[in-house]
Write a protein that binds this ligand. Structure first.
Ligand code: ZN
Length: 115
């Protein structure tokens, strides 16, 4: 059976709020980390380590990631940037849709299934 995509909203283990703050920690020589804090009660909820970061302007993030790579033409760069942005917005919509219906209890259950 093929695996289907899944999504889950982060939930506070203490007060069950879905309101979160992300605190990003960048240290020399380490992957940057996002510490997720409950906005309602301040509880530590989770830490994610980052391979890549994409902001609300995906084309800008794409260009920053491509800084050290040679692209053969401006047209190709633009096309790849558009594909990058399209994939971002498609994933965003899917994450919102799937997480609304999710019955997954623990984030590890979701993340480990695809390892
Ligand atoms: Zn809380």
């Amino acid at each position: 059976m093929p695996l289907s995509p899944k999504s889950k909203r982060e939930e506070c283990p203490k007060c069950h709020s879905y309101e979160m703050h992300n605190r990003v920690l960048a240290r020399p020589g380490e992957d940057s980390a996002v510490y997720v804090e409950c906005a309602a009660c301040g509880e530590f909820v989770a830490r994610y380590t980052l391979k890549r970061y994409t902001c609300e302007d995906p084309y800008r993030s794409f260009l920053r990631q491509m800084r050290h790579q040679r692209m053969s033409s401006g047209a190709l760069t633009h096309k790849k940037g558009q594909e990058f942005a399209d994939k971002l917005w498609e994933g965003w919509e899917e994450a919102k849709r799937l997480s609304e219906a999710s019955e997954i209890r623990h984030m590890e259950d979701l993340l480990e299934e695809f390892e």
